[in-house]
Design a protein around this ligand. Structure first.
Ligand SMILES: Cc1cc2nc3c(=O)[nH]c(=O)nc-3n(C[C@H](O)[C@H](O)[C@H](O)COP(=O)(O)OP(=O)(O)OC[C@H]3O[C@@H](n4cnc5c(N)ncnc54)[C@H](O)[C@@H]3O)c2cc1C
Length: 443
């Protein structure tokens, strides 16, 4: 059956970015700052992606082993958050406790905890100031493709479906929805090979206590089988900047990130489990006697779902090499796998290996192999599943967005016919101009 409908054209832009997570924000802000007319499409009403809808308040990987890995827009965001009292370093890896004082002009090397609602506003502000046109409350639901080019996308807005045309399209949807809907090649990893799914939530009313006593008690209860089903073998939590609020993050579920049916089942499962966790914490854990849920992720949160098939793929083997891959856009640490089975029950990749030294994300991992005017950024770039751990942090995702926008801008200005023609020297210069880092710098 073939349907044909006439839809209104909303507008034509130099760069159209779909998905306002860290990667899409990086892409849209950068494209607009480079003078390109830029539209950012997002299904929620606010920016931030998993970071904001998922209650994920911690920014990792600004630095590693005393070396700075990420600057650019991610650092600008944290500096702005700090200025409004909504960011702090974490002082203790063991129990994730904020320092509760301003970061000031100290270098960003450690983990930073933020307030989610402030983050939504700061992202909104930066997008508006950069003159990005935001089309939120709007869902990408189709793609108009002509051979190796995407000519437009169909967006289901509150007004009804509309077409958006563009010169370059950036897929920052997290799960490669744009490339998939355009019929491009993608890799879809099964739940048994990927990381588990979560609905983090915040508990309020927590009073001062000794976290090490709770950690020990939890371990004993876990070993005795006296914890709720589907939880980690250790307490996963972090104290938040708001007094008495703790993020509880140790429930897990398994399912397919690209199946509406599976996502719905996991939503029900995880939300019910979170109430069981509140009851358990009240009953068993010091300081939690009067706790109550105050906020939960707005959907099942996915660490990895579908990836593009890129011109270059970041593989376990390439990450293992001592030299950097060709055309590096941002450094990464050489670690594989995550959320290993020795930390949690079930649903985890079998291995977690960490090697010394650094590798990098190659530009080619952002280029879907069947398109001339499309790029991907963020967690859906072309990678082996087992290296997701090292590329999926919000900071790194944001830089991949910045790199995609610089490449898009070079293609538009140079009237180049494909994304593979971007001269690396120009991309590298653009990243350095935006204070992004290509080789890890010492402290
Ligand atoms: C439970 C969990 C905890 C995490 N904790 C941390 C942490 O503490 N620190 C950290 O750095 N990272 C953390 N991560 C990883 C990090 O949050 C993500 O990898 C990162 O946000 C990915 O950024 P992204 O922009 O590529 O994609 P996303 O953040 O997934 O953003 C994609 C955006 O695209 C939008 N979108 C998708 N489809 C459509 C469509 N059809 N139409 C319109 N819009 C669409 C989505 O609504 C979303 O806003 C966590 C991830 C999970 C799942």
């Amino acid at each position: 059956m073939h349907y044909s409908v006439d839809l209104p054209v909303r507008g034509t832009y130099d760069v159209v970015v779909v998905g306002a997570g860290p990667a899409g924000i990086g892409a849209a802000v950068t494209a607009a700052r480079l003078g390109k007319t830029t539209l950012l499409v997002e299904k929620y009403g606010y920016p931030g992606g998993v970071g904001t809808y998922g209650c994920c308040t911690i920014f990792f990987r600004f630095g590693e082993r005393g070396r700075k890995l990420v600057g650019g827009l991610a650092e600008e965001v944290i500096r702005r958050m700090d200025a409004r009292g909504a960011a702090s370093f974490l002082i203790n890896d063991g129990c994730q406790m904020p320092e509760f004082r301003a970061i000031g002009d100290r270098p960003l090397l450690g983990k930073v905890i933020t307030k989610t609602e402030d983050l939504r506003v700061v992202y909104h502000d930066i997008l508006s100031e950069s003159e990005v046109e935001k089309l939120f409350y709007s869902h990408l639901c189709g793609v108009v493709r002509e051979g190796r080019c995407v000519r437009g996308i169909v967006v289901d807005c509150l007004e009804g479906p509309q077409i958006v045309e563009g010169k370059v399209f950036i897929d920052a949807t997290g799960d490669a929805h744009l490339v998939h809907r355009a019929g491009g090649r993608t890799e879809h990893v099964g739940p048994e090979e990927t990381m588990h799914k979560s609905i983090f939530f915040m508990a309020g009313g927590v009073t001062p206590h000794d976290p090490s006593v709770n950690a020990k008690r939890y371990k004993e209860l876990f070993e005795a089988g006296a914890v709720p089903d589907g939880v980690w073998d250790h307490l996963g939590y972090s104290y938040q900047l708001d007094p008495g609020v703790v993020q509880l993050a140790f429930a897990h579920a398994s399912g397919d990130a690209c199946s509406s049916e599976d996502m719905t089942r996991m939503d029900h499962e995880l939300r019910k489990r979170n109430f069981e966790i509140v009851d358990f914490m009240k009953r068993e854990m010091a300081g939690y006697e009067h706790c109550f849920p105050v906020n939960a992720a707005q959907q099942v949160c996915v660490r990895s779902g579908r990836h593009i098939c890129g011109v270059t793929k970041l593989t376990e083997e390439s990450l293992g090499r001592d030299e950097l891959p060709p055309e590096p856009i941002t450094p990464i640490i050489r670690s594989y796998g995550s959320h290993s089975t020795d930390q949690k029950k079930g649903f985890c990749p079998a291995k977690r290996v960490s090697r010394g030294g650094f590798s990098a994300i190659p530009y080619g991992a952002l280029i879907p192999d069947e398109f001339d005017n499309v790029l991907a950024s963020g967690r859906c770039i072309s990678v082996d599943e087992c290296v997701m751990d090292t590329i999926r942090m919000m900071t790194t995702c944001m830089v991949t967005g910045q790199a995609a926008a610089i490449a898009a801008s070079i293609v538009i200005e140079g009237d180049l016919s494909t994304m593979t023609q971007v001269p690396y020297a120009g991309l590298r210069r653009g990243l350095l101009d935006m204070d992004c880092i290509l080789e890890p710098k010492a402290k």
